[in-house]
Design a protein around this ligand. Structure first.
Ligand SMILES: Nc1ncnc2c1ncn2[C@@H]1O[C@H](COP(=O)(O)OP(=O)(O)OP(=O)(O)O)[C@@H](O)[C@H]1O
Ligand SMILES: [Mg+2]
Length: 212
């Protein structure tokens, strides 16, 4: 199964989501390869730390840029799950990867600057569906506010906005803004290996919603 974690906005939480999903699927007993398709190499640097520390479960990491479709198809024959971290801004990796992917998970913050890029994603998905009609494009609310007075309003704004796009499905799962998501990256870890129960629950819910 091929999952692209991608959108058209930098800093939306793509790499954070990709590495946490990859570890979560490996913890569930799947054979997982994480594909770093971003020249920034954030996932590769996270992985180097994980490898140094010999953290379990182990996953595989491959770096591939430009047209990644053939590589993903070949990996799909060997692994249960391929999780791809792409760069933002209409990247060639997002488009070529999506032609062979089963799902796209597109993290977005509830900010006008992030949500403004949903139209571009919708237009891309329409074109991608000409080649890959079965693909599902999920929008994931990332870095959501934990503040009780704005949480519900923000969530409603987010889901209302996504509902305007017929080819984008708004995930019920939400990733809240929590320090632990930043902290674990430099240790090559996922939040599933840290003590913050809320963050662990968020990632488990995301995985259950997308893959079950
Ligand atoms: N749920 C979260 N809570 C707090 N901080 C977060 C969360 N998710 C991501 N971050 C932080 O936000 C920043 C951007 O996240 P990340 O690098 O995952 O985004 P990205 O979409 O991959 O960015 P890029 O477009 O540069 O590849 C990072 O500093 C990351 O640690
Ligand atoms: Mg990234």
């Amino acid at each position: 199964m091929i999952t692209i974690v991608g959108c058209n906005k930098g800093g939306a939480g793509k790499t954070t989501t990709a590495v946490n999903i990859a570890v979560g699927l490996a913890m569930a007993g799947h054979d997982v390869v994480l594909v770093d398709a971003d020249a920034q190499r954030s996932a590769s640097r996270w992985y180097a730390e994980r490898e140094n520390k010999e953290l379990k479960p182990s996953i595989t990491l491959i770096e591939k840029r430009d047209n990644i479709a053939q590589t993903l198809k070949a990996l799909d024959l060997k692994y249960d799950h391929i999780v791809v971290d792409v760069a933002g801004r209409n990247s060639r990796e997002l488009l070529t990867g999506a032609t062979v992917a089963n799902v796209i998970i597109a993290p977005h913050q509830c900010s006008q600057l992030d949500l403004d890029t949903l139209q571009e994603l919708q237009d891309q998905i329409v074109r991608i569906k000409d080649l890959n009609p079965e693909i599902k494009a999920f929008v994931y609310h990332s870095m959501a506010s934990t503040n009780h007075s704005v949480r519900e309003i923000e969530r409603n704004e987010f889901s209302d906005y996504v509902s305007e796009f017929s080819d984008l499905l708004c995930l019920k799962s939400i990733g809240f803004y929590r320090k632990v998501y930043k902290d674990v990256i430099s240790d090559g870890m996922s939040v599933l290996e840290a003590t913050n129960v809320q963050a662990r629950t968020e990632i488990n819910k995301l995985i259950n919603e997308v893959y079950s």
